[in-house]
Design a protein around this ligand. Sequence first.
Ligand code: FEO
Length: 170
Amino acid sequence: MLCSKMEGALNSQINAEYYSSYLYLSMAAYFDSINLLGMANWMRVQAQEEMVHVMKFFDFVAERSGRVTLTSIDGPPTDWASPVAAFEAALTHERHISSLINKLVDLALAESDHATNNFLQWFVAEQVEEEATADGIVQQLRLVKDAPGGLFLLDRELSQRTFVPPAATP
Ligand code: FEO
């Protein structure tokens, strides 16, 4: 059974993960609009992954006899100054999500809620990967900044990303 404080915090995280999905879908639309379809694909897959995160929290709250309460999702930005600006915003966002996950862990420990702490460890590891991936793309975009050929190659590389369905995730 979740304490009401933990239940509220997990519900807030459901909203934050939904917002993440919405943000990345907005970035996908941006990349579509400037014909960088590989980057648009990468963002679409990212948006789908965020929905997996939403459902992990949703299912966990339900499993612990908590009550999921959905709230309004803020509108994301719709435009960015450049491809690198969009990926920098993605990296900044992932760092923010990592800090939210860390606060959830702090709360779980303060409440001696070991089950929630254990559940959250998946997200702790996931955030390391999320930040590293976004950071890697930012670094590559900075390198190819003035070379359209490099941008084209990176776009082609990012077109290869595919969504791995939840059943196949550990
Ligand atoms: Fe759900 Fe990208 O963190």
